[in-house]
Write a protein that binds this ligand. Structure first.
Ligand SMILES: [Zn+2]
Length: 297
C-alpha cells in the first residue's frame, strides 16, 4: 500500500480496526483451552477467513493472531521454541488476507501471562527481552504497526514498550483493559495510563476489552482529557453472560455497537473497532459509523 499507517494517522483520518479474534475463533470451532496461535498451523484458512471477513466489513487495520506470541506465553501450548515462526506465519496470513485492499497489518502483542515483580516473579529484564523478541519477529516479517494490548500493569506495559521500541521505529499503540470497570486489574485509571504512555513517547494510547460499553466510554473520556495522543478504542461488545454450557453470549447487537462507535468518535477516538464478542456483523456497523462521521481530510 502506498500510504503508510503513520501518514493516515497524522492526517487525522478516522480508521477502523478489526473485531475479536478469540471469540470468533471459538464460534468457528476453536476448542476450549486451545491457544489461538495453534490455528496458524492447523487451520490457516480459518485465520485468513476471519481477517477477510473483517476487511470486507470495513476494517482498515487487522491484528495478527499473535496475542499470546511471546515465547513465555507460547510455552502453554508447547510452541515456545517456535516463537519467531509463529509470529512470522501470522503476519504472512494477515498479509495474504489483505490482497489489494486498503488495510494495514498490526502486530498484536498481549500480556506475557506471567506477573512482573513485585506482583509476581518475572523480572523486568526478562520481560523486556521477551517482548523485544516478539516485536522483532513481527517487524522483520513486515507489520505496519504494533499494538501492545489488554495491558493492566504499568510495569508490564512499559517493559513491552521498551522491548518493542528497542527493535523498531514502527508506530506503537499501548492499550489497556479496564477489567474492573474503570480500573485495570492492578487498579490503574485511564487518565493515569494515558499520562504515562504519553510520557513514554508511544504513538497512540487506547482502551480495549474491559467490561461494559458504558464503563469503557467513561475510560475513553478520561483518557481523552489526559493526553493529546490519538486514541484507539476497541472495547468488548459489552459484558458476556455465560450459558449452562459455559459459552459466552454477548447481548450487544451490531446496531448498538454502531451507535456506540459514533459516540466514541465524537468523544475523540480516532481508531475504532471491537474486542471480545465483536463479530464481522458488529464491525460492519462500526465501519458505517466511521463513514457517517467521516471528516474530510
Ligand atoms: Zn477482549
Amino acid at each position: 500500500m502506498s500510504e503508510t499507517f503513520r501518514e493516515a494517522l497524522l492526517r487525522g483520518e478516522r480508521l477502523v480496526a478489526d473485531g475479536a479474534t478469540g471469540t470468533n475463533y471459538q464460534m468457528r470451532g476453536l476448542a476450549r483451552g486451545q491457544a489461538p496461535e495453534e490455528w496458524l498451523f492447523q487451520e490457516p484458512d480459518k485465520v485468513t477467513g476471519l481477517h477477510r471477513d473483517f476487511i470486507r466489513a470495513g476494517a482498515n487495520i487487522i491484528l495478527t493472531n499473535t496475542f499470546g506470541g511471546t515465547a513465555l506465553r507460547l510455552a502453554h501450548a508447547g510452541l515456545e521454541n517456535d516463537a519467531a515462526n509463529v509470529n512470522q506465519r501470522a503476519v504472512e496470513l494477515a498479509r495474504k488476507a489483505i490482497q489489494n485492499e486498503r488495510a494495514w497489518v498490526a502486530g498484536s502483542i498481549g500480556p506475557s501471562g506471567a506477573l512482573l515483580e513485585p506482583f509476581g516473579t518475572l523480572t523486568r529484564e526478562e520481560a523486556v527481552a521477551q517482548f523485544a523478541a516478539q516485536a522483532k519477529a513481527l517487524a522483520d516479517s513486515g507489520v505496519d504497526l504494533l499494538i501492545i494490548e489488554t495491558q493492566f500493569d504499568l510495569g508490564e506495559a512499559t517493559a513491552a514498550y521498551e522491548g518493542a521500541r528497542s527493535v523498531t521505529d514502527l508506530p506503537i499503540i499501548i492499550s489497556f483493559s479496564f477489567d474492573m470497570g474503570t480500573n485495570t486489574m492492578m487498579g490503574l485509571k485511564a487518565a493515569q495510563v494515558a499520562k504515562e504512555v504519553t510520557a513514554l513517547g508511544a504513538d497512540l494510547v487506547g482502551v480495549n476489552c474491559g467490561r461494559s460499553l458504558d464503563e469503557n466510554f467513561i475510560n475513553l473520556q478520561e483518557m481523552r482529557a489526559a493526553t493529546h495522543l490519538p486514541i484507539w478504542m476497541k472495547p468488548n461488545a459489552g459484558l458476556p453472560r455465560m450459558t449452562d454450557d459455559d459459552i459466552a453470549i454477548y447481548d450487544v447487537t451490531p446496531e448498538m455497537m454502531g451507535e456506540a462507535a459514533e459516540r466514541w468518535l465524537e468523544a475523540g477516538a480516532q481508531i475504532v473497532g471491537g474486542c471480545c464478542g465483536t463479530s464481522p456483523e458488529h464491525l460492519r456497523e462500526i465501519a458505517k459509523a466511521v463513514e457517517r462521521t467521516r471528516v474530510t481530510v
